[in-house]
Design a protein around this ligand. Sequence first.
Ligand SMILES: [Zn+2]
Length: 411
Amino acid sequence: MYRLYILDYSELLSVMKKATQEQTKEHNRNLVLKILLEHESISRAEIARITHLTRTTVSDIVADLMAGGLIEEVGLGSSLGGKSPTLLSVIDDSRCLIGLDLAPNQFSGAVVGLRGQIREMISLPVNKGVGEEALSLVTEILDRLLKIAYQPVVGIGIGTPGLVNTDSGIVINAVNLDWKNLPLAQLLQERYPFPVFVLNDSQAAAMGEYTFGKSHRNLENLIVINARHGIGAGVVINGRLFQGDGGGAGEIGHVVVVPQGGLLCRCGNHGCLETIASAQAIVKRAQQLAVPSESAPWSSFAEEITFEDVVQAFAAGDPSVCEIVLEAGRYLGHAISGLVGMLNIQKIVLIGDMTRFGEVWLAAIQETMARTSLNGLAQKTQIEIGGLGGNAVVLGASAHLLSDYSLLFKR
Ligand SMILES: [Zn+2]
């Protein structure tokens, strides 16, 4: 059933003008808030200079943000001749972000401030729980976090392994968790009175490094490679997460890199990057190598070898373990060449358990990337280990809530 409204031309113009004004107002407010979040403190005049907004517009927006309790005046800046300007700063705990990382062995969740400060953290072991069991672990963490979270809560961001449709909040396929077409955001939104967003974990990690990583300030583009149990990449282009047409941008872990005789992957193919360059691959290969001997007592019980054992054997200089790790680095370096050729993004950040092999592993990646990429592109590409440690996914899932500032104003 349709209703027909007849507006005369001037009425129509006035409706359109009002809508445009609202949009402009929101756009300007978001712009000012972005600048405020990027600076520890900043004056109104400086915001006006950077944004090209008039000083009156900036002052009005600042007044609104102060009234909303989001920012405060924090003292006087240095004067350029005239009166010293008043500095403004975002109040870190004026809003609360909730971020979750559904990592293979343990699920973690955190209460996070607006600048990425982790205020509370809860981690629970997964104990191979899948399906419903994994889902109830998610709600257990959220129940506990929301009891200790400060108010107001902006929303919940979840970084999960697997293929995800972030727009619909559906986990299309997460093999480890045995989730297929699970409407995770909807299920959680029925239980909690907050917006819920679901992201692939590597994509979340990219948002975490991009938003809160200290060394990537002022960058427009960034690639983050998450090398842990599995391998995935997250790609940020022009400040926005790039998810591809089907949400699977960055799924480099299941590109076959050992076409002949590669190991069986959990995706069903053989020889995926994950089967040779991930933490689980390293453990499997160390187990296969392990022959008990006096010089390598850690190998006495091959099937009991853990990632921790491999890290220790590597640190102790065990040559065969070192070779496995270097080979993993070389395969990853080659995969990165593909990204360099495709996207020419000059900053690539590595995170995840594999970064525990440090500089030696990093050097193998860098050398291979340089050797297998176009020289002019490779020279300008920087690959480094990320600064957020194991918290990149939790922080990135939280940071995703900041990609729509209007959420900060909903009470
Ligand atoms: Zn695979």
